[in-house]
Design a binder for this molecule. Structure first.
Ligand SMILES: Nc1ncnc2c1ncn2[C@@H]1O[C@H](COP(=O)(O)OP(=O)(O)O)[C@@H](O)[C@H]1O
Ligand SMILES: Nc1ccn([C@H]2C[C@H](O)[C@@H](COP(=O)(O)OP(=O)(O)O)O2)c(=O)n1
Length: 251
């Protein structure tokens, strides 16, 4: 039996540009599946650190590649991440220790190959639990299921034929202020943390993401760029929803 086609939305962009907030709200509104691909790199980084394997040490690259291929990452809900079918690590993977160690994992070719396979499978509908309770939209009398996936290389490498690609950007001072406000709100602000420090960290990570050899962060030539610096969250969700509905006419 042939499976229904899935309308795929790729959202890429630098850190804290608004990708996951926007992607999640869109998926909720349209009844689509949602995958935060960054959480998968975070999960592998978490597992390495737990096992005492430093991602920063190039000598560990082969071992980390093998570890990624042998790891199972599942998403029981839109925001929860489970490691090897037994441990919910949704909160742990957001720590600054994970963020500062992720570079060595994200630049590992074997890790990217293993995660790419999982991500393409998720977007193809190989894991039906990802769509559990999702109803999709009815467009021109047709029922359409979709998947929103956010990350750095979704439109360029993972889903180069996605039905819609969006590249979100925002001024780094504004991104840092938003991250700072988020940490205050969640009571996660560590001592000594300032907007300036967060800005420097974001810019450093963007630089690493843009200049790594494998799957660097870049805008796909056919992606729609959206600067969220002076938009509200609602405005960016509405703008992308409109693009999705327009493209659905040809789906
Ligand atoms: N247009 C906006 N206005 C104000 N805050 C925003 C806007 N877009 C996103 N945010 C906030 O900025 C922070 C970073 O957004 P997030 O979606 O986590 O970014 P990313 O997934 O790109 O790293 C979050 O706290 C989010 O609520
Ligand atoms: N598709 C992806 C997603 C994330 N990554 C890497 C690079 C990013 O700096 C880290 C963390 O990504 P994540 O989206 O969780 O981080 P931010 O919320 O943007 O701070 O993972 C990647 O290399 N490719």
């Amino acid at each position: 039996m042939s499976r229904a086609r899935i309308f795929r939305v790729a959202i890429d962009g630098p850190a804290a540009s608004g990708k996951s907030t926007t992607a999640k709200l869109l998926a909720e509104k349209l009844g689509f599946g949602y995958i935060d691909s960054g959480s998968m790199y975070r999960a592998i980084t978490f597992k390495c650190l737990r096992m005492g394997i430093s991602p920063a040490d190039p000598k560990n690259a082969t071992e980390i590649g093998k570890l990624a291929a042998a790891t199972t990452i599942t998403f029981p809900t839109m925001t929860s991440v489970v490691l090897d079918k037994k441990e919910d690590i949704s909160s742990e993977i957001r720590s600054s220790t994970i963020t500062s160690n992720i570079g060595g994992v994200a630049s590992n070719k074997k890790v990217r190959e293993a995660l790419a396979e999982m991500q393409r499978g998720l977007a193809r509908g190989d894991y039906p639990e990802t769509f559990e309770g999702r109803k999709g939209v009815t467009h021109n009398g047709k029922s359409i299921m979709g998947m929103v996936m956010d990350g750095r290389d979704i439109g360029t490498v993972i889903l180069p034929d996605a039905e819609l690609k969006v590249f979100l950007i925002a001024d780094s001072q504004i991104r840092a202020q938003r991250r700072y406000d988020e940490m205050v709100k969640r009571n996660k602000l560590e001592s000594g943390e300032t907007v300036e420090k967060i800005k420097a960290e974001l810019e450093q990570r963007d630089h690493e993401d843009r200049t790594r050899e494998v799957s660097p962060l870049k805008k796909a030539s056919d992606a729609v760029e959206l600067d969220t610096s002076h938009l509200t969250i609602q405005q960016q969700v509405d703008a992308i929803e409109k693009l999705i509905l327009d493209r659905m006419d040809q789906f």
